[in-house]
Design a protein around this ligand. Structure first.
Ligand SMILES: Cc1cc2nc3c(=O)[nH]c(=O)nc-3n(C[C@H](O)[C@H](O)[C@H](O)COP(=O)(O)OP(=O)(O)OC[C@H]3O[C@@H](n4cnc5c(N)ncnc54)[C@H](O)[C@@H]3O)c2cc1C
Length: 384
């Protein structure tokens, strides 16, 4: 069967769903193709720090407030293990109500799914896209659903598959030789809406305030992450206290531990004829400083905005795709550079670099304007 739709979005993760909603609000006919069954992403163990800018975009899509509610971050505390220097970024100094909001991936997916159910977006679940092709006139995908293969065509295909198997452009990769262990923990001291990012030689350790406890993102070598995941609760909490330090007192474990391997994957070009890559399909980043989804949401917002400006009839034309690529270039490359540099600079125990990092943190701590710049850059991205 050969079907004709307007815009096909591949991947119903948070970025693809946000795009589908944004396009529908602008009057586009959209079909969203998701490989997992209905509700499939809701058990994902990731917890995301959303920037204040992302909150504003989600509000426009009608998916804010979330349930359970997101936990605001009012202060971010950055330190390095075994070195001097400390920076505190505050919401008050950045002149925003919160520096960010901590949400569970599953809660975000549920809210996006509820908004989808209220919309006119056509959703196909259990529908895996196997191939994407296009020419000057239309884009087509081959899908497999319920054991049947078929082709669907439209004016534009947007790939938001999270950097899965559909590689449509040359990709630059770096294996960080790190994995992120994520879980919920509680501490003796309350979070008071503070987030902590502590750089260690093995990778950053982040504690994000989440409801009454913390979302832990602990980066380490893959071997150490696997060992930490297998420890019993008291040994794990003791290791966490050792790595984080005494600031929050003793920790206790509140849930299962999951491990994510980490790599950098950046598509050289995010457009091919009648096709656009957004979110993790365009760039998969290290989770340091919580940038990946925030960047992907800005991709989705900008694409929906440009399609509305150019007109739905022109959704897949080359000049729109070129405009999208150009418009996203600065934010994309600045965010990739920012996260990648943090990892290269901080994930080692070279003494000279530790001293340099300490000086950098101390300088930042003493310069309010620089702190405000860093905070607002993390909240709103780099302007193109
Ligand atoms: C440990 C960890 C912590 C993180 N913390 C943060 C954070 O604090 N803040 C932040 O902004 N980002 C964070 N990120 C990054 C964030 O998770 C991603 O940037 C975000 O999930 C990307 O969304 P996406 O929709 O592009 O991809 P995904 O979330 O991967 O969703 C892709 C969707 O596409 C579907 N799919 C895949 N292949 C196909 C196919 N062939 N056909 C149809 N459907 C398909 C999948 O089933 C899935 O539903 C973190 C990442 C990790 C690993």
């Amino acid at each position: 069967m050969n079907e004709r739709g307007d815009i096909l979005v591949v991947g119903g993760g948070p970025v693809g769903t946000a795009l589908a909603l944004g396009l529908e609000r602008r009057g586009c006919a959209v079909t969203l193709l998701e490989a997992r069954p209905a509700g499939g992403g809701e058990d994902d163990a990731r917890t995301l720090a959303l920037s204040h800018g992302s909150r504003l975009l989600l509000e426009r899509l009608g998916v804010w407030p979330l349930s359970p509610p997101a936990t605001p971050i009012l202060e971010i505390n950055v330190t390095q293990r075994g070195g001097f220097g400390r920076v505190e970024l505050t919401a008050a100094e950045a002149a925003v109500p919160a520096l960010g909001y901590v949400v569970e991936y599953g809660a975000l997916q549920r809210a996006l799914g509820a908004a989808l159910a209220r919309s006119r977006v056509r959703v196909e679940v259990g529908c895996a896209v196997l191939e994407v092709g296009g020419d000057a006139d239309q884009a087509c995908v081959t899908v497999s659903q319920g054991g049947t293969r078929r082709e669907m065509c439209g004016a534009l295909v947007v790939v938001a598959d999270g950097g899965g198997a559909l590689e449509l452009a040359a990709v630059e990769r770096r294996d960080y030789a790190q994995s992120a262990l994520v879980c919920e923990v509680a501490s003796e001291a309350p979070h008071r809406h503070r987030a902590f990012e502590r750089f260690t030689a093995e990778g950053p350790l982040a504690l994000l305030p989440n409801a009454r406890g913390w979302a832990l993102v602990w980066t380490a070598t893959p071997e150490r992450a696997a060992t930490l995941a297998a420890l019993d609760e008291s040994a794990f909490c003791a290791q966490l206290r050792e790595a984080f330090g005494p600031t929050l007192g003793a920790f206790s474990l509140c849930g299962a531990r999951s491990v994510f391997p980490l790599q950098l994957k950046v598509a050289a070009r995010t457009t091919t004829p009648r096709c656009v890559l957004i979110g993790n399909a365009a760039q998969t980043l290290h989770p340091v400083a919580g940038q990946g989804f925030n960047l992907g949401l800005r991709d989705a917002h900008e694409l929906a905005r440009l399609i509305a400006v150019h007109g739905v009839a022109d959704a897949g034309v080359q000049r729109l795709l070129d405009a999208f690529f150009a418009k996203r270039r600065v934010d994309r490359s600045a965010t990739v550079f920012f996260t990648d540099t943090l990892i290269r600079l901080f994930s080692n125990d070279i003494p000279q670099l530790a001293a340099l990092r300490g000086l950098g943190l101390t300088a930042l701590a003493s310069l309010p304007a620089a702190r405000k710049f860093v905070a607002r850059r993390m909240i709103f991205g780099a302007r193109g």
